[in-house]
Unconditional design. Structure first.
Length: 206
């Protein structure tokens, strides 16, 4: 099963597996970008899973979503990522890789964003190496939101440079954070998904 996108005069075919990958990046990115709306919580509650690690994690996330109220999840999001001065976690590549914000990993990302023709939205002011932004970028590269869909080699390079070195650590911290209830399940799902991506990229390169 494939989907076809019209990009200028070219027709680009995107396989169903890549569409599902992009959907997962978009879904996790949406949960991490801002407190989920009632509609997104309802979507989360309707998820189903299988007996794979990711399926089990998604099933657990759905169960938590069914008993979560949007106001409670908003408070949780604020405690985790905003707080008074700062939240419990700082979901930025620069912080996880160097211990400080706005460091070399951000400069490297901005260079690669320019090469991929990815521009920050005018009304977004936080650093681009936020986990939510990086997941949105991966989805966009897969689906061709910034031009032609990125070749798998470019996806692997971007992942290995900007996501792989730190995001699993972040999701582990999110899973165990003292303010995590709903987001503990998001952390587990994120870890499981990244492991699938990492293994798929490794096998593709072998």
């Amino acid at each position: 099963m494939t989907a076809t996108m019209d990009i200028g005069a070219d027709m680009v075919t995107i396989g169903e597996e890549d569409r599902l990958r992009a959907r997962m990046y978009d879904f996790l990115g949406a949960l991490l970008a801002r407190p989920p709306s009632k509609e997104l919580l309802q979507q989360t509650a309707g998820l189903t899973g299988d007996d794979s690690d990711l399926g089990v994690a998604m099933g657990a996330l759905a169960r938590v979503g069914r008993v979560s109220q949007a106001t409670a999840v908003e408070s949780e999001f604020t405690a985790l990522f905003i707080g008074l001065g700062r939240g419990e976690l700082l979901p930025y590549a620069s912080f996880y890789l160097t211990g400080f914000l706005n460091e070399k990993p951000l400069a490297a990302l901005r260079k690669d964003m320019k090469a991929q023709m990815i521009a920050r939205e005018a009304n977004v002011f936080e650093p681009e190496d936020n986990i939510a932004s990086l997941f949105e970028m991966m989805a966009g590269m897969i689906l061709g939101r910034f031009g032609d869909p990125a070749p798998i080699a470019a996806q692997v390079t971007f992942f290995n440079k900007h996501i792989g070195p730190w995001a699993t650590h972040f999701f582990t911290d999110l899973e165990g954070a003292k303010n995590s209830v709903f987001y503990a399940s998001v952390g587990a799902a994120g870890k499981a998904f990244l492991e699938i991506e990492r293994e798929a990229f490794r096998m593709g390169a072998s």
